[in-house]
Design a binder for this molecule. Structure first.
Ligand SMILES: [Zn+2]
Length: 465
């Protein structure tokens, strides 16, 4: 049952806002709601057509690709299948950093500066055009509607703290209020704060929750422990993203809120890659995103085999992402989903992990709260934060030539603001960040304990909160 306000927001206010922003989101979402039911063959054909257009545009309008294609003798006109992408090298964060200006299309207008990837230990500043924003928002909107809820339905969001958010985010918060979204800061998870969150969720009676699985399962576990019911509020679905979703987290959230958990996978950089449908599959946004799975040598693997997820974003002509390495691991499944959607399925997504950290006053903080401090310093090429004890934290950084003492002060000051003014913070410059003994990369490591467990890092920033 959609109430009047939801209909007003979904049909009037949100489309109007998108129109003002020159986004054609409504049209794109409607097209996607039709194409999701197409056969695989028809979706593949659409994907190939859009890929050819992207490669043609990149070759004629983007200096970096013009030069690359010329050097390789690669002719976009000769592309006959998605496999022809394999004639092109991968796009890495290092390449984007080095060629940021040449990555822009010469006719691009309204490119927005973004930063991300901080959670992977490799901060990245890049640009996205309005076409991409439109498509990523539309893809998120479509996936929301799979769950019988809509934009405009009352929502509680458990996400980064407003202190960390820029102007753009503050505008979004205002919009969120109109859209009946309430934001709870996932960075502070002290018992008192979590009790307050539970009370606010109870008062808001949202139709949906959105946030990090670690934070929402933490809230659910606390509600359960104190016998506070939250399964009687009418919550229809809990959307989680940005971290690996563990089975025990899913079980806790579903049990305590009495509704299904829907997982989303994507990032500001990579786009809205995949989202779970009610039948349980993670469907790839195949109209917009080509997913390749590659082995450590860069060879493309067949369905069923596990490897690194590499994406080409077909709506990225203003600043093309072609064969972008996500650093995450996944498997493409060739088993069609019971829901009947023709969109291919991505399974077993694993990302990198971070730990919770503990401040001197005992506050448990999400690892992302430290990452936010490091990720927007352009001179930091890569980093790792190691919390040795409550009193002592070490930061390893791979610094660019332009790294200054102000940058170092910013890191030390930022960490002390979060962890406590008396904390000793050492900044060590290193050549590279080594992997853990397990072979995995962890960018926030805490030896302080508190039941800290690993969390994957990749947001569905797409529609990027
Ligand atoms: Zn499905």
């Amino acid at each position: 049952m959609t109430d009047l306000y939801t209909r007003f927001v979904a049909n009037v206010l949100f489309p109007l806002q998108e129109k003002v922003k020159h986004h054609d989101t409504v049209r794109v979402r409607r097209e996607m709601e039709s194409s999701q039911w197409w056969s695989r063959e028809r979706i593949d054909a659409l994907q190939l057509e859009r890929l050819k257009r992207l490669l043609r545009d990149a070759g004629s309008h983007v200096p970096y690709y013009r030069e690359l294609f010329a050097g390789l003798g690669f002719n976009p006109e000769g592309v006959r299948s998605v496999e022809d992408l394999q004639g092109l090298p991968f796009l890495t964060k290092a390449i984007i950093r080095e060629h940021s200006d040449e990555m822009r299309a010469d006719d691009a207008v309204g490119l927005a500066r973004m930063n991300t990837g901080g959670s992977s230990g490799e901060p990245l500043i890049f640009f996205i055009g309005t076409e991409r924003v439109t498509h990523d928002v539309a893809a998120k909107w479509r996936a929301t509607r799979w769950w019988d809820v809509d934009i405009g339905d009352r929502e509680v969001v458990v996400w980064g703290s407003p202190i960390e958010l820029g102007t753009q985010d503050k505008v979004r918060m205002l919009r969120d209020r109109i859209m009946r979204t309430e934001l709870l800061s996932a960075f502070e998870m002290s018992d008192a704060r979590v009790d307050e969150f539970i009370a606010r969720i109870r008062a808001a009676r949202p139709k949906m929750l959105f946030g990090y699985p670690s934070a929402i399962s933490h809230i659910a576990a606390r509600a359960e422990k104190h016998d506070v019911r939250v399964d009687d509020l009418g919550v229809k679905v809990v959307f989680v993203t940005s971290e690996r979703l563990y089975d025990h987290q899913r079980e806790t959230i579903e049990r305590v809120f009495g509704c299904p958990v829907a997982n989303g996978y994507g990032g500001r950089d990579a786009g809205f890659i995949a989202h779970q449908c009610p039948a349980g599959s993670m469907h790839i946004t195949a109209e917009d995103i080509v997913v390749e799975i590659v082995d450590p040598e860069g060879r493309v693997l067949p369905a069923g085999e596990s490897g690194e997820i590499v994406v080409t974003h077909l709506a990225s002509r203003g600043y093309p992402f072609i064969r972008y390495r996500t650093g995450d691991i996944g498997v493409i499944s060739d088993v069609p989903c019971a829901c009947g959607r023709g969109l291919p399925v991505l399974s077993e997504i694993q990302g990198r992990s971070t730990d919770f950290v503990v401040a001197m006053d005992g506050t448990v903080l999400h690892g992302l709260s430290l990452i936010y401090i490091l990720r927007d310093i352009p001179a930091v090429k890569a980093f790792k934060v190691i919390q040795e004890s409550v009193e002592h934290t070490r930061v390893q950084i791979v610094a660019g030539a332009d790294f200054s003492s102000q940058d170092e002060d910013q890191i030390v000051g930022g960490l002390r603001r979060r962890l406590g003014a008396a904390v000793r913070v050492d900044v060590d410059r290193v050549e590279r960040i080594p992997a853990e003994r397990s072979g995995k990369f962890r960018y926030i490591v805490s030896h302080v304990g508190s039941g800290a467990h690993g969390h994957q890092e990749r947001g569905c920033a797409a529609a990027d909160r």
